[in-house]
Write a protein that binds this ligand. Structure first.
Ligand code: SF4
Length: 192
């Protein structure tokens, strides 16, 4: 399950028949939670081909400009650092018209990192409500997608995800900047 995987590779090392393998492919974003659960024998190419479904409405609304507000909801700062790197001179996400902004009032959606602790749940909710419609939700990193290593903690409040659907999942612990940029570009219809 790429939505829970922290990419430590312990499972691959423990698997005697090589049934689990990791690659350096970065195109692992998906628009549905179910897709993140890789089927036995599923080739990486097959996963990538169906993982992100571009939608005409999303392309029309956000295809030329997408402003995002990042909410660190109890993340360890790993995801946050890689998202910041997506905008640096190496990856330069801004050249595609995709930027992080300082206020949810200026944003088209939120990018959530971290497992969402109880004390960050109201802040996440408030930030989401402050984003004008139409708006999108991106869950970046294993913690945001599933709770990650902290999924069983009583300190989490993930009720936000029961009320607001996620539009795009970006796996990783943390996600690589290329994974984030590729996922968003495909989602907004900028990549075939
Ligand atoms: Fe940190 Fe990994 Fe959670 Fe991101 S997914 S906040 S890197 S523990």
């Amino acid at each position: 399950d790429l939505g829970r995987c922290v990419f430590c590779r312990d499972c691959a090392r423990a698997c005697p028949n090589g049934a689990i393998a990791f690659t350096s492919r970065h195109r692992c974003g998906a628009t549905s939670r179910e897709t993140l659960v890789v089927a036995p024998g599923q080739a990486a190419e097959a996963y990538e081909a169906k993982a992100i479904a571009a939608c005409d409405e999303v392309r029309r609304l956000f295809g030329r400009s997408l402003k995002l507000r990042q909410v660190s909801a109890a993340g360890c700062n790993g995801c946050e650092m890689e998202l910041a790197a997506a905008g640096n001179v190496n990856f330069d996400m801004g050249r595609f018209g995709i930027d992080f902004v300082a206020s949810p009032r200026h944003a088209d959606g939120v990018v959530i990192t971290g497992p969402v602790s109880r004390n960050m749940a109201p802040a996440l909710r408030d930030t989401w409500l402050a984003v004008p419609r139409p708006r999108i939700v991106i869950a970046a990193g294993a913690c945001a997608i599933s709770g990650g290593l902290f999924a069983d903690s009583p300190e989490l409040d993930r009720s936000f995800f029961e009320q607001v659907p996620v539009d795009l999942y970006v796996p990783g612990c943390p996600p690589h900047p290329l994974t984030f940029i590729h996922s968003v570009l495909k989602f907004i219809g900028r990549m075939g």
